[in-house]
Design a protein around this ligand. Structure first.
Ligand code: NDP
Length: 270
């Protein structure tokens, strides 16, 4: 037990030499998660759809942090690209010990305008993508004696919101997947948790504000005030705040935390 305790939050590099994969690691919350895990000593593979963007971000993090960060292209809706990306990442840094399913899209529309294409795009990216990525890592984590799966869900995984039925369904599904796997893997070295941010200061929120402005004619400042009014702290969450919660779940000392959905939302839900 004393060895495990030494790998807690006070340890400078508690994730030293562990391989962490972060999907959607090219920007926003995923990039902040990649940086935080790299600071804790992990060798990090960031994954997304643009190899050139990933290469730039990985080079910048590697140089600034003196860490090993690499980019691997995948589309989480494509099982073959997922298999190829995980194979290549595993050849470079070894079997992944940490998987952060962060890649996601948000599409807003009234239910009457939520067509099957929108529904399937959101479900296949935000839910099925996580399922497919988790399938890639379970055996390696079990054999390696250590595994952390963290799913980046949302407040929309725990409560309903209007005009985002597909997103709410996908994120509720992601929390269901988290809970089921936490139960199923409880006797293995793998923990499975979710982190649920409120509105966070990234491109997703920027795009949502543009969308509201275009569809309603309201100005962006008023639309932003509306969004942050959900949060009792009256502000957007910053990506690093989500990243710190994810990193804590990945620590060796967090081994007994599993099946949880940790809100990082300024008290929006309790
Ligand atoms: P961004 O739009 O800033 O980043 C999304 C990331 O996901 C990018 O790296 C993007 O890379 C990647 N991505 C999107 N689609 C795919 C795909 N099909 N295959 C692989 N990668 C993909 O979003 P955020 O950082 O804001 O969001 C990250 C996660 O946090 C999402 O799951 C989102 O639902 C969740 N979240 C965000 C909130 C917010 O307010 N921002 C609030 C609650 C949850 P690329 O485009 O290069 O492929």
């Amino acid at each position: 037990m004393s060895n495990t305790a030494a790998k807690g939050i006070a340890d400078h590099r508690p994730l030293a030499d562990r391989h962490a994969i972060v999907t959607g690691g090219s920007r926003g919350i995923g990039l902040a998660i990649a940086e935080t895990l790299a600071r804790l000593g992990a060798n990090v593979t960031i994954m997304g759809r643009s190899q050139s963007t990933l290469n730039e971000r990985a080079a910048e993090l590697s140089e600034r942090l003196g860490a090993k960060v690499r980019g691997e292209r995948l589309d989480v809706t494509d099982p073959e690209l997922i298999a190829a990306a995980f194979r290549s990442a595993g050849e470079r840094f070894g079997a992944p010990a940490i998987l952060v399913n962060n890649a996601g899209i948000a599409r807003a529309a009234p239910f009457a305008k939520t067509d099957l294409t929108l529904w399937q795009d959101v479900l296949s990216t935000d839910l099925t993508g996580a399922f497919l990525c988790i399938r890639q890592v379970v055996k390696g984590m079990t054999d390696g004696g250590f595994g952390r799966v963290v799913n980046v869900a949302s407040t929309a995984g725990l409560s309903g919101y209007p005009y985002i039925a597909a997103y709410c369904a996908a994120k509720h599904g992601l929390i269901g997947l988290t809970r089921a796997l936490a139960q199923e893997f409880a006797k293995t070295p793998i923990t499975v948790n979710a982190v649920c941010p409120g509105y966070t200061n990234t491109d997703i929120v920027g795009d949502a504000l543009d969308n509201i402005a275009a569809k309603t004619g309201r100005d962006r400042t008023a639309a932003l005030a509306d969004l942050v009014s959900h949060n009792p702290q009256g502000r957007l969450i910053e990506p690093f705040e989500v990243a710190e919660a994810v990193a804590w779940l990945c620590l060796p000392a967090s081994a007994s935390v599993t099946g949880q959905s940790i809100l990082v939302a300024g008290g929006e839900l309790m």
